[in-house]
Design a protein around this ligand. Structure first.
Ligand code: NDP
Length: 327
């Protein structure tokens, strides 16, 4: 038996807990991985609490990320002993995921662990950090450079936000960090943020166009925040939108797009092509300071995840959470 988080729904009753699982029950796949670490992402918190219909079949082992060592493989690219990382592909939603000591997946979903990261550091990054890098790459693809002007990151003290701030600052951008937690100002400045903005300034209905402030933006919040960020972009600026921490809606006008040539770049990490994933991991190895990664990461055990999931949805978890599933 191996330990894992088990989500079930019977007679309308949604349950999540840690329990022993029979390896015979593992789903189909050509690679079995002994998981060393997983993480808690926003989507995992939604799955564990049942607050949103993330889980598409029951029972489910959640965990959209894992890092571990291949135990058995019939995939040509992987052999026992290889260190691998998984992000997304519906794992933890419709295929059993990483918040367990064993996982079985399609080898095509895996990427090799990117040196010099350890398995733990890879999960310190996790889907949140890899998504932050996809956002940075999208800004670059649309021509945003440090000389274009300042950039803004919303939900800055969360997982995606923390990594985005750290990477953008290391690349030389003047970063404004938007947060609802004034007490995290020193933390965000430690990651490289130059300015701290109160989330309230962007969270209420705003004008179609506002003073031009930013050349680039990473938004994890959606809603009025995303609309106000778009309205305050400089001419031909780009917003990378990846999240919905305040909700799914987007109460904006087309004014920033048709009058200022602003680009709204959508970011999806789940089905991103393999080449882009590998590029993102290589860029993280180059552009994320490992000391800052350690500073923005806390490590917990499997059982702690059940306590932290609702806290994450309340916006109370700072930075990234690594789950040491073997602890
Ligand atoms: P976290 O919970 O770690 O961070 C979210 C942050 O958003 C919070 O820390 C808080 O930051 C801010 N926030 C929370 N609630 C609100 C609110 N009501 N209004 C304004 N700000 C709020 O989550 P992650 O960083 O892991 O994920 C962020 C978002 O990105 C989620 O919606 C997630 O689903 C999405 N995501 C999307 C991916 C994709 O592929 N598109 C991949 C990964 C994540 P602060 O305290 O600083 O204000």
């Amino acid at each position: 038996m191996f330990q894992g988080i088990w989500i079930d729904k019977e007679d309308g009753q949604y349950t999540a807990g840690v329990r022993g699982i029979d390896p015979q029950q593992l789903p189909d796949g050509d690679v079995t991985v002994r998981v060393a670490c997983s993480t808690l992402n926003y989507k995992d918190a939604l799955a564990i609490t049942g607050k949103s219909p993330v889980v598409r079949q029951f029972p489910m082992v959640p965990g959209i990320d894992f890092a571990g060592v291949v135990e058995t493989s019939s995939h040509p690219d992987y052999k026992p002993g290889d260190s691998v990382v998984l992000n997304g592909w519906g794992v933890g939603e419709k295929h059993w995921g990483g918040l367990a000591q064993l996982a079985r997946v399609q080898g095509d979903w895996l990427v090799p662990l990117q040196p010099p990261f350890t398995l733990r550091q890879a999960m310190g990054i996790g889907t949140a950090g890899y998504t932050a890098m996809l956002c940075v790459m999208a800004l670059e693809r649309h021509g945003v450079t440090p000389s274009s002007g300042p950039v803004v990151v919303t939900g800055a003290a969360g997982g995606v936000g923390s990594v985005a701030v750290a990477v953008l600052a290391k690349l030389g951008y003047e970063v404004s960090a938007v947060t609802g937690r004034a007490d995290q100002a020193d933390y965000l400045k430690g990651l490289g943020a130059r300015h701290i903005l109160d989330r309230a300034a962007l969270g209420a209905p705003g004008k179609p166009l506002a003073r031009e402030q930013w050349a680039g933006a990473v938004d994890v919040v959606g809603g009025h925040t995303l609309a106000n960020v778009c309205a305050a972009m400089r001419y031909r600026g780009t917003v990378a939108a990846c999240g919905l921490a305040s909700g799914m809606d987007f109460p904006a006008t087309v004014a920033p797009f048709i009058l200022r040539g602003v680009t709204l770049a959508g970011i999806d990490s789940v089905m991103a092509p393999r080449a882009e994933r590998i590029e993102a991991w290589q860029r993280l190895a180059r552009d994320l300071d490992p000391a800052l990664l350690d500073a923005l990461t806390q490590e917990v055990g499997l059982a702690d995840v059940l306590r932290l999931a609702p806290e994450m949805l309340d916006g109370k978890v700072r930075g990234r959470v690594v789950v040491a599933v073997r602890a």
